[in-house]
Design a protein around this ligand. Structure first.
Ligand SMILES: CC(C)(COP(=O)(O)OP(=O)(O)OC[C@H]1O[C@@H](n2cnc3c(N)ncnc32)[C@H](O)[C@@H]1OP(=O)(O)O)[C@@H](O)C(=O)NCCC(=O)NCCS
Length: 177
């Protein structure tokens, strides 16, 4: 019990701030709020397995994000507003050879320009924390809002590719090439 409490008390590390958002590391007690977001079918339609996720699945994901942040200094971080309400998650997947931009906004906050705001800041973060690693993104065919976000922050479209059985539009950021 003491051990659990001390893990929850861990401070969040701030990765970046934008005019409306803060991007930070995760804590184990974030599972409940992220599960609220990942249990919405419309939000999950074009991400991960294309379906709402269970609490154990989200627990595993938060553990993964905490471990990635600790091991390599980047992951898909916690995105919140200035009242510390969870807005979603954003950051990077990928490897040391290539980073993949990723963002997910909770449905009640769609249409406010928040994905564009954080995507633009993350392109800047990538360019200032990388030497010669390309920045890519893939978007499932049909996810036109996400493709639009990538276009707005300067990505070029680079054809179609199969990602684990899903046909995706591939994008590349020209400045990171
Ligand atoms: C896709 C997503 C990130 C967009 O977030 P958002 O904060 O609403 O995005 P923004 O408001 O910054 O910008 C959305 C843009 O797409 C446009 N758009 C919205 N719905 C659209 C649609 N169905 N078709 C085409 N464009 C659309 C908006 O008009 C806006 O463009 P504009 O500024 O030129 O008008 C959000 O819906 C989401 O998190 N979806 C679930 C997770 C997901 O799909 N993540 C991306 C995985 S690749």
């Amino acid at each position: 019990m003491r051990h659990e409490a001390s893990r929850i008390d861990v401070q969040r590390e701030v990765v970046l701030r934008t005019p409306r958002l803060s991007l930070t590391s995760w804590r184990v007690d974030d599972v409940e709020s992220l599960h609220e977001v990942h249990s919405d079918p419309q939000t999950m339609e074009f991400v991960r397995n294309g379906r709402p996720e269970s609490r154990p699945e989200v627990e595993q994901l938060v553990d993964q994000y905490i471990a990635e942040h600790a091991a390599r200094g980047w992951t898909k971080w916690r995105l919140a507003d200035f009242d510390d309400q969870l807005v979603g998650r954003a950051g990077f997947g990928g490897t040391s050879e290539s980073r993949g931009l990723s963002y997910l906004i909770r449905r009640s906050r769609w249409g406010l320009g928040l994905a564009t705001e954080i995507a633009e800041a993350l392109v800047g973060w990538h360019l200032s924390h990388t030497v010669g690693v390309p920045l890519r993104a893939i978007v499932a065919v049909g996810n036109d809002a996400s493709a639009r976000v990538l276009e707005k922050v300067g990505f070029d479209e680079a054809g179609l590719e199969d990602f684990e059985g899903t046909i995706c539009r591939a994008f590349m950021h020209p400045e990171s090439d």
